[in-house]
Design a protein around this ligand. Structure first.
Ligand SMILES: [Zn+2]
Length: 82
């Protein structure tokens, strides 16, 4: 096994993030509900938007925009299937 930095994943990451994300399916870490990201209940805000599980309301993802940068947190969901 070779140990290298994240640049070794450049090709894989570019393929992973070039998909229709709203059709990707994710599992809620709270209740186990599995659904497409397009089915989330979203609370839109110009600076920060939250996507919640349609089944239990658990926060699955959070987008934040600040100082011209974007951040996303997926800690509320399990692996994403696409
Ligand atoms: Zn849930």
């Amino acid at each position: 096994m070779d140990i290298v930095d994240g640049n070794a994943l450049a090709g894989t990451l570019s393929q992973l993030f070039a998909f229709e994300a709203t059709e990707a399916r994710a599992r809620c870490n709270n209740c186990g509900h599995i659904a497409e990201l397009g089915e989330l209940v979203v609370y839109l805000n110009p600076a920060s938007s939250t996507g919640r599980c349609r089944s239990c309301g658990h926060v699955l993802l959070v987008f934040v925009q600040a100082d011209g940068r974007r951040f996303v947190n997926f800690t509320g969901m399990g692996a994403i299937e696409f």
